[in-house]
Design a protein around this ligand. Structure first.
Ligand code: UD1
Ligand code: MG
Length: 419
């Protein structure tokens, strides 16, 4: 049977990150770099994944758990050496192995699929993902022959002036024939400017053996960007932000300020919904059509909003199921709750969902009118068509069609202030 396996390199030190953790467990939009890479690999259809870990390996293993197999690189002797550590898992297998970095989180599943498809279709022993850079400094250069075939990758530090002028760079993502990779890795040496085992040397070795090697030039250069320091972490977060927001725009969502709207992965938003600035929407949230969100709204995990819902400014909601046409216009915290349709939640309303030990639910029916500054001490259920007076602290269920007032009467002591 033909296998498709992936090796994710995650042994590096991440010195420039200045961190006490493994570099690859730093997060972009709530998800570790390494988890993003592994998820992308899985989405491309590969489930047999080997993570090569080393420095702070426990951090990586805590994140990935048993979703991958682990190989250990004790000494960091270069990317070829990293790949060698995975050989015990590759030995005796036929098929393809994709190699990629744990700190290059924005590669798309489609790109990995294309790489595999080309290497199978064109019977290439190595297919590399390359990019065209105006300033290729620092990267390995892709050397092609007169007819355009990929012949070798030359690292910057080993390159001649002529090679340095090449603007096609090695992106660091590869698809290899498993058996040929093992054979080629046996031949690489540390005989180069950095004294490292270069994974990139296998291209030349394969060519000298008469094998076919090829490349795909990546369409979107951001896919091969890596995270080496905090500035790059911020830059890649920004790139992902724009990528996600753009996809929502294409789906018919209005986003007033694409740079200041923070929509995490796997959020669904219906057509004609408007998102005002400084809104954060966490992973997995579902928002219906024609809703209005923000400015300054925080839609946390587990929220589901029907159509025509309004979530206004300085509103935080968590695990909230909100029915059609319901409004939470300002300054509220609604957590662990179900709210029916066409209900109005007054300014400053709060679900007191946590008693210090456990979380409890607030359920509010349809067509309810909740006055300003109401506290719901959960668990509590409010029926349909209820009016809760402003300033109430609701501790008991309210039956449908009722008016509920839970506050002390006002006393005016006339003339008191003159005495
Ligand atoms: C490598 C490529 C270069 C390519 C560039 C793309 C080689 C020899 N060169 O260069 O052609 O243009 O990537 O970004 O492969 N790592 C380990 N163990 C090691 C060494 C590295 O796990 O012993 C990991 C690092 O943590 C990092 C990745 O491999 O995630 C790349 O290593 P790095 O040394 O940064 O590669 P470059 O020198 O940039
Ligand atoms: Mg290096």
């Amino acid at each position: 049977m033909e296998n498709i396996i992936a090796i994710v390199m995650a042994a590096g030190k991440g010195t420039r990150m200045k961190t006490n953790k493994s570099k690859v467990v730093h997060k972009i939009y709530g998800k570790e770099l390494i988890a993003r890479v592994v998820e992308t690999v899985q989405k491309s259809g590969i489930n047999d994944i080997i993570a090569v870990v080393g420095h702070k390996r426990d951090d990586v293993q805590n994140v990935l758990g048993d979703s991958v197999k682990y190989a250990y690189q004790e000494e960091l002797l270069g990317t070829g050496h990293t790949a060698m550590q995975a050989i015990p898992y590759l030995k005796g297998k036929k098929g393809k192995v994709v190699v990629l970095y744990g700190d290059v989180p924005l590669v798309r599943p489609e790109t990995i699929k294309k790489l595999i498809a080309k290497s199978i279709a064109e019977k290439e022993s190595a297919t590399i993902l390359t990019a065209l850079y105006n300033n290729p400094t620092g990267y390995g250069r892709v050397v092609r022959d007169a007819s355009g075939n990929v012949k070798a990758i030359v690292e910057e530090k080993d390159a001649t002036d002529e090679e340095k002028a090449i603007t096609e760079i090695n992106g660091g993502i590869y698809c290899f024939d498993i058996e040929e990779l093992i054979l080629a890795l046996e031949k690489i040496t540390r005989n180069n400017a950095q004294g490292e085992y270069y994974l990139t040397d296998v291209i030349k070795i394969m060519n000298e053996k008469g094998l076919k090697t090829g490349a795909i030039i990546v369409e979107d250069n951001t896919e091969i960007l890596g995270v080496n320091d905090r500035a790059q972490l911020e830059m890649l977060t920004r790139i992902l932000r724009i990528r996600i927001n753009q996809a929502h725009l294409e789906n018919g969502v209005t986003i007033e300020d694409i740079n200041n709207t923070y929509i995490y992965d796997d959020v669904e938003i219906g057509m004609d919904t408007v998102i005002h600035p400084n809104t954060t929407i966490k992973s997995g949230v579902k928002i219906g059509e024609n809703c209005e969100i923000g400015p300054n709204a925080y839609i946390r995990e587990g929220c589901e909003l029907a159509n025509n819902v309004k979530i206004g400014s300085f509103v935080e909601i968590k695990k909230a199921k909100i029915g059609e046409g319901t409004k939470v216009p300002h300054l509220s915290y609604m957590g662990d709750c179900e709210i029916g349709s066409k209900t109005n939640i007054g300014c400053g309303t709060i679900t007191c969902n946590y008693d210090g030990f456990k979380k409890s639910k607030t359920i509010i029916g349809n067509n309810a009118f909740i006055g300003s500054n109401v506290n719901f001490i959960a668990p509590v259920t409010i029926g349909d068509n209820v009016l809760v007076a402003a300033g109430s602290t609701i501790t008991d269920d309210v039956p449908k069609d009722s008016l509920s007032i839970a506050r002390q009467r006002q006393i005016n002591k006339e003339g008191w202030n003159k005495k």
